[in-house]
Design a protein. Sequence first.
Length: 90
Amino acid sequence: TDYLDATLDKRFAEFDLRMERRFAEQSRRIDGLALSVNNKFSEQDSKFEARFNKLELALGSLNSVVRINTAIMFLLLANVALPALSKFLS
């Protein structure tokens, strides 16, 4: 029975070692995959951020152009309306 116990202990120890190595390898693979996915998300996030910043800048420029055009239209309207109004009132 001592021989059988020693043989079983040895086999269990070998099995435990194999499982530990296998789990360590799987853990490394999962960590590598998680890092790769994280890098991809980070890369996509930075691309989106760059596109969003460009769009925000373009919208800001467009907003400025709209304000300038509105001011010009009010000035033109004032140049037409004020003389007509003063002529009408006099």
